[in-house]
Design a protein around this ligand. Structure first.
Ligand code: GNR
Ligand code: NI
Length: 172
């Protein structure tokens, strides 16, 4: 289990479309373990593989409120089968868009089909924060970030800020 460095915007890697996984083997499970470690270390509730530079269609989530009770969820090759016509609004953040938050509307419920940690085919009906988070992570697999839903002006202001922070940071 290793904590990896999370890639932040602007970075062309985050715009890459991730590739389906052919089977869930030791390499994929090691990746999922590292992703979970990286996510917990960064106090996030979700992470897509591309955020640590691996363009595979894998996401991990843990939306449990109690820090001591871990409820990790693993999704390989997730596909959304159904989306509710009703929308919910959540204040979203992203580990790849540090310290920026915005209210985003998304379908309030969704049904997702995926392979789990053991490579078994599963279907999950999600609502609330879980549904939002699944859709946020699945956007990462398509190279989409939540700031893409904002006005051009808001988005460009955020990217400008992040670029500035990056050029000021001393990389060790
Ligand atoms: O930690 C995260 N919190 C969050 C809050 C509202 C909606 C989505 C998220 S996902 C985010 C972690 C992340 O960047 N995942 O890609
Ligand atoms: Ni994100």
């Amino acid at each position: 289990m290793t904590v990896k460095r999370i890639i932040t915007e602007p970075n062309p890697l985050l715009r890459q479309v991730s590739k389906p996984v052919s089977s869930v083997g030791p390499e994929e499970r090691k990746l999922m373990d590292d992703m979970l470690d990286t996510m917990y270390d960064a106090n996030g509730i979700g992470l897509a593989a591309i955020q640590i530079g691996i363009p595979k269609r894998i996401i991990v989530l843990d939306i449990s409120k109690d820090e001591k009770i871990k409820e990790p969820r693993y999704f390989v090759n997730p596909v959304i089968k159904k989306k509710d016509i009703n929308k919910s609004t959540y204040e979203e953040g992203c580990l790849s868009v540090p310290n920026q938050f915005a209210e985003i509307d998304r379908p309030s419920k969704c049904e997702v089909q995926y392979l789990d940690y053991n490579g078994e085919k599963k279907v999950l009906s999600a609502e609330g924060l879980l549904a939002t988070c699944i859709q946020h992570e699945m956007d990462h697999l398509e190279g989409i970030l939540f700031i893409d839903y904002l006005s051009k002006l808001k988005k460009s202001m955020i990217i400008k800020k992040l670029s500035k922070n990056k050029s000021n940071r001393i990389v060790v």
